[in-house]
Ligand binder design. Structure first.
Ligand SMILES: Nc1ncnc2c1ncn2[C@@H]1O[C@H](COP(=O)(O)OP(=O)(O)OP(=O)(O)O)[C@@H](O)[C@H]1O
Ligand SMILES: [Mg+2]
Length: 417
């Protein structure tokens, strides 16, 4: 309810007196005006009492203890996992453990500009100008060289206290994901543009009345165009596979797959379809292996990609050894080993990146898209498995995969079902 101010009460009293005097002068009976006057006076007294109480309110607020002395203030700061600091006149007066881990254990009491050591942050935190609204800035290189943070600064308490709540949010992951997305689109477009430009060039030549007449040239050009179109098709198929696997990333596969039977099937396909090199694929499968928890089609693709690489990059005339046995913690261990020029240690960490190739020309000449190992990595991740790539230059490469077993079915439960 709105209360009356002192001037409003004075004005109301004056009006009441004027009204009463006027009524008496005009001959009204004193008893007829006594009751309304009394009621008016009571209302004014109540309002005046409320007004007095209201005027005292700021005094109560003034007596309130400082928020940072509250016993729960520390747990409030620790309840936030991001680095959080309370800064007063450019000095850090409180910092949670995450902030101390990032900026140093002794930052409480330090000048914020020295603790954060970032020009953009220092300038904004040193400013003593009143802060009306929160603001945000991006900081690069705080903690480690590549780390990116969003620093949110919000005013806290009375403007005169110049207190600011500084919250650092790690943006490194989001930034890396965004960069990967941009790189991926650029790489995919480039991979598609090259064969497409070739096809368009040959169409132009064949459309020429003179050049297109020659049957031999036409046959040769059509063969190249066919190769380029198939390359584009393979690339699109691989891109679709990759996006499907990624879309299912958080849904673990739920069927039991007999990996022994699957490995034998894929090895059989290579032996019968890759001539002499295919017949160099050797297989060793331990007996009575438990089934794994998996997606059969994806596991088949994984085995194809690994054996395909060894066929392509291993030295002809040397064996490709496919081994399936039991690994640690009841997991199945599949390994594909070849003998060849191997992969240098600089390249190893990047092999599973999309489109990464050690020798792009060679991979392309063999029809490779550079997505094979990226697909393998995503399939292993979806299966909650592990991937290990070991290679020695001049000797060869071994890629091993560990896959978790399918849970053993309880016959009693099966009977109930
Ligand atoms: N067994 C291997 N021996 C030597 N180098 C390998 C081997 N497997 C992969 N590489 C290297 O890693 C790169 C990436 O392999 P990946 O399977 O992802 O792509 P790709 O084989 O070039 O193309 P795709 O698999 O799509 O046909 C290859 O280009 C090759 O340089
Ligand atoms: Mg490959």
């Amino acid at each position: 309810m709105n209360r009356l101010s002192t001037s409003q009460i004075t004005a109301s009293l004056a009006m009441l007196l004027l009204g009463t005097g006027g009524a008496l002068l005009m001959g009204a009976a004193p008893m007829a005006i006594a009751l309304p006057v009394l009621a008016g006076l009571i209302v004014l007294v109540i309002n005046a009492a409320d007004h007095g109480a209201q005027e005292k309110a700021p005094a109560i607020a003034f007596d309130q203890p400082d928020l940072i002395d509250h016993p729960d203030f520390s747990s409030l700061l620790e309840g936030i996992s991001d680095p959080l600091m309370l800064v007063e006149k450019a000095r850090i007066i409180r910092a949670n453990r995450a902030a101390q881990r990032l900026l140093g254990a002794h930052i409480e009491g330090e000048d914020a500009r020295i603790a954060i050591r970032h020009p953009a942050a220092a300038e904004r935190l040193a400013s003593l100008a009143p802060l009306a609204e929160p603001f945000m800035i991006e900081l690069v290189g705080v903690g480690s060289k590549d780390q990116r943070w969003q620093m949110r600064v919000a005013p806290m308490g009375a403007v005169s206290s110049m207190r600011r709540l500084v919250h650092l949010v790690d943006h490194s992951g989001t930034h890396a994901a965004e960069r990967m997305r941009v790189d991926f689109v650029a790489n995919a477009s480039h991979e598609l543009r090259t064969p497409l430009a070739g096809i368009l060039g040959f169409i132009e030549t064949l459309a020429d009345a003179e050049l297109g007449k020659d049957v031999e040239t036409r046959q040769r050009f059509l063969k190249i165009m066919d190769g380029e179109a198939r390359r584009m098709q393979r690339l699109i198929d691989d891109l679709i596979s990759l996006s499907r696997i990624e879309a299912e990333k958080y849904r673990a596969p739920d069927s039991a797959v007999d990996l022994s039977e699957l490995v034998a099937e894929v090895v059989g396909v290579f032996r019968s379809s890759h001539g002499d090199r295919g017949r160099e694929v050797e297989m060793e499968i331990s007996p009575s292996l438990a089934p794994v928890l998996g997606d059969r089609a994806q596991l088949s693709q994984l085995i194809h990609n690994l054996i395909g690489n060894s066929i392509k990059y291993g030295r002809p005339g040397t064996p490709i050894r496919v081994t399936l046995n039991s690994g640690p913690s009841g997991m199945a261990r599949l390994s594909v080993a070849d003998e060849g020029e191997g992969i240098g240690p600089d390249h190893l960490p990047r092999l599973t990146e999309r489109f990464y190739r050690v020798d792009s020309g060679r991979s392309r000449a063999m029809g490779g898209t550079g997505l094979g190992l990226a697909i393998v990595k995503h399939i292993v991740e979806r299966h909650r498995g592990r991937l290990d790539i070991a290679s020695t230059l001049g000797k060869g490469t071994t890629i091993a995969i560990l896959l978790p077993p399918a849970p053993v079915e309880d016959p009693a439960m099966k009977a109930i079902a």
